[in-house]
Design a protein around this ligand. Structure first.
Ligand SMILES: [Zn+2]
Length: 238
């Protein structure tokens, strides 16, 4: 059971090649955790291409959405700011892939990390749209940069730095609903101080044909290849 969530939780999953086959919930599309105030359910419309091209995302999306269920339970539904909510779910899913499948999008440095929106990092406190935050890669970059700050400034281990971001911060909003106050308490810096650190990361022109534009090239921020999701979730206990 997850606190504050109805249990059991229904999961509606189908291949996007066909129309939503669940007449009892006609508005479902894409992937999300949805609710009507009394019940919560998971929606997994898997794009046909992900079957055709054997895409890992058809597995990782399940972890991503499950992570949102955990976040909803920890916070009683306080998703602010979006970059820590969605970026956290993205980091969780990729660490799971790295652990269970030996490969993840960290291997390609989360390309493309769109740089366009980052002159105003505070914009990522809300949803900015898919063209500025492709697959939440830019939100995930901000999480990785925060993890590095915590390791360097506070001497946390890599696993514990991610645990503080993924779990402690979300849990802190239960007693301190103002996320900026919770941020300062947990990370010992204000959001604005953290945003100022993002200036150090270089922006380059994309070198891949299929994506045009400026991207961040930050291989040094990617988690260690041998870091597992289990390490992160149990860091404070070890
Ligand atoms: Zn999400």
């Amino acid at each position: 059971d997850v606190p504050g969530m109805s249990s059991p939780m229904n999961i509606y999953a189908w291949n996007g090649a066909v129309e939503n086959p669940f007449p009892e919930r006609p508005d479902m599309r894409g992937a999300s955790i949805s609710g009507d105030g009394s019940e919560t359910w998971m929606v997994l419309e898997i794009p046909e291409d992900e079957f055709t091209y054997d895409a890992w995302h058809r597995y990782s999306v399940i972890v991503h959405e499950y992570w949102h269920v955990f976040q909803l339970g920890l916070t009683r539904d306080n998703a602010d700011p979006v970059w820590l909510w969605e970026g956290g779910a993205k980091i969780a899913e990729e660490l799971y892939m790295q652990q269970e499948y030996g490969q993840s999008e960290f291997d390609s440095d989360l390309f493309p990390l769109v740089a366009t929106g980052l002159s105003q990092p505070e914009d990522f406190e809300d949803y900015v749209g898919g063209d500025l935050d492709i697959n939440y890669n830019t939100s995930a970059f901000m999480v990785l940069a925060l993890a590095k700050e915590l390791q360097e400034a506070q001497g946390l281990s890599e696993a514990r730095a991610f645990e503080v971001i993924l779990k402690d911060f979300q849990a802190a909003k239960l007693t301190e609903p103002d996320w900026k106050v919770a941020f300062a308490e947990i990370f010992s810096m204000s959001p604005e101080e953290f945003y100022a650190t993002l200036d150090q990361y270089p922006t380059v022109a994309s070198d891949q044909d299929w994506f045009e534009g400026d991207v961040l090239d930050v291989p040094s921020l990617m988690p260690s290849k041998d870091l597992t999701f289990t390490d992160v979730l149990s860091a404070s206990a070890s």
